[in-house]
Design a protein around this ligand. Structure first.
Ligand code: HEM
Length: 183
């Protein structure tokens, strides 16, 4: 079946169908999903550390850190903490290798939250999409390193990285959904 996500007859993208189609296209197999679930506890173990690392990275780039500083330019610790918690939650969800409709809608909702400019952050632009993409690259690289260090079986570590890479990329499509389909 060919899906046209942005046709005039169907202006609203159908996120769950898009998610399932891309899982299939990328070749996320049942074996991949079970590898992700099996290595999920390792990722959960590192979730806080990885999130701290990504925020350190964000703070090296003015157009990324602008969302997490106060008017005087100092770090807005409450906002940082709240956002870190949501990133940790996202990793927890991913560790269960979800393929259900609710997860696809959850990713699409994050995308529109990143793209829109709500009243509590006036004057700030949309979150630049390249930083979301860059974050996924960061997670892919760090998870590959972590699996190499944590798993004695290096072939299994490599296969786990491949499975996570696929799921992260499929996730990324939806995380950028509102940018891709509206621009
Ligand atoms: C893998 C990449 C990312 C994921 C999974 C992610 C996840 C999330 C989630 C789950 C929320 C929703 C929070 C809520 O429900 O209130 C959110 C909001 C937000 N994210 Fe991200 N994020 C990512 C990357 C980034 C990056 C790189 C930036 C900035 C450079 C960023 C800036 C924001 C901002 C400004 C909000 C809105 C916060 C608010 O208005 O209160 N995100 N993100």
């Amino acid at each position: 079946m060919t899906l046209n996500m942005t046709s005039p007859q169907s202006p609203k993208p159908i996120w769950p169908e898009r998610y399932k189609l891309l899982l299939e296209f990328v070749g996320v197999s049942e074996h991949d999903l079970s590898l992700i679930r099996k290595t999920g506890p390792i990722v959960v173990k590192y979730a806080v550390q990885l999130t701290d690392e990504i925020y350190e990275l964000i703070f090296n780039f003015p157009s990324a850190k602008q969302f997490f500083v106060k008017e005087d330019g100092s770090p807005d610790h409450k906002r940082i903490k709240d956002n870190k918690d949501t990133m940790i939650q996202w990793l927890y969800y991913l560790s269960n290798a979800p393929t259900n409709d609710a997860f696809a809608r959850y990713l699409a909702a994050i995308s529109s939250m990143h793209r829109s400019v709500p009243s509590h952050r006036p004057g700030l632009p949309s979150v630049p999409s390249q930083y979301v993409l860059g974050s996924i690259s960061f997670y892919q690289t760090r998870l590959a390193e972590i699996f190499q260090n944590e798993l004695t079986n290096k072939v299994e570590a490599h296969k786990a990285s491949m499975a996570w890479n696929k799921l992260l990329i499929v996730s990324l499509d939806l995380l950028l959904g509102s940018y891709l389909t509206h621009s």
